[in-house]
Design a protein around this ligand. Sequence first.
Ligand code: HEM
Length: 417
Amino acid sequence: MSETLENTEAEAAEQDGYGSGAMAAMGPEMAADPQPVWKALRDETPVLPIDDLPMGGRGVLLTRKEDIMEALRHPEIYSSNMDAVDLKNKRPMIPLQIDPPEHKKFRKLLDPIFAPRKMQAMDDEVATLVNRLIDRFIDDGQVDFAKQFSIPFPSEVFLTLLGLPLEELETFLTMKDGIIRPDHVTGRRYGTKTASEYQQKIADSVYDYFDHVLDEREVERRDDLLSHFLDAEVDGDRLTREDILDICFLFLIAGLDTVTATLDCMFAFLARHPEHRRQLVEDPSLIPNAVEELLRWETPVMGIARVAVAESEISGCPVHPGDQVMVMIGSANTDEAEFPDGDVVRFDRDVNPHIAFGGGIHRCLGSHLARLELRVALREWHKRIPDYEIEPGHTLTYTPGIRSIDHFPMRFTASPA
Ligand code: HEM
């Protein structure tokens, strides 16, 4: 293994206790600058067996796009069921933790709701949310980008979709943070008793929260997603109350932090690369391409999890039932076998088969919503704030796994009103 990776592992393990060996390489240091670590792994151990996962058991870490696609295209061998990810949910989250053939039934129902044209129709509404947030700090010349923009924005979009008042923002944030990062909230390492108990308490409260809102919608339907779920049918079957709760649980963890992290990664990149930023200010028609290219380069969701449910092998490495399979999509997106100039960020890249939204049957259901949010945020922001930088002297800290930045002080010069 390369020196770069060994150093990163040692430092991350010491600072954060993320376990030993290769898993330590997935700590905060690596999250700040992942591309060199991906390259070292691809060059030297593209299929890396790990005997001592921090959560126990064995695993294998994949970094080449070809191997990754092999795993994602075979859910009958590499499952995303409840053994792959445990977020203290009572039942499988729908549709992520459902295997085929049942998975298809749920996507058939959910895909049309998040279809590109439906999402596009929300452009004005989403732009209003963006501008309302910017209004609050535009006169200050400085902002904590995370606290004042990237964290509240996706939650507000989701509250709007669900037909819930924006005043529910704090409740939403408490629920998603409690499940995704109980370690941050409790100050105890992920997986410790205190963090796990807190995570369990919050997970239980999520079911109660949505159950209560659904009771209200049973009495009086509205023009919102939850009312839609109550009446939706697939092949003549209605969704049960438990189905709807299991969908809502997943939405809360899949649809908020991901967009926050993507905005953090994109704006950190643009703050550090004024020449790229200027391209977007001068020619906003580049924004859709820039969104794809920054999703590729930054890949905010660095990896996704599978568990083997059958004997198999990947590029000669045996995989046994129960093994964790860690699929590093960030590495696939910079794999030189797929992207010969993959280490160059180019907003004029016209063919961009990145897998930042995953691949195979579980490819992101919300990708069109996410793209809308990202494009509108970049468009409205750069109209009003074309010039910005990270607060001089401040080093951004990225969270591992999903690369968000909790504290992101920024200085800016606004356009004349
Ligand atoms: C830029 C933002 C986003 C990124 C980078 C992202 C990334 C991903 C990835 C990598 C997966 C695959 C997970 C796996 O295979 O294990 C996924 C699945 C999923 N995402 Fe997203 N996501 C984003 C936004 C959203 C939004 C806004 C929603 C809201 C509806 C959403 C809902 C889902 C759902 C429901 C799945 C599971 C799909 C299935 O199992 O069939 N995501 N996402």
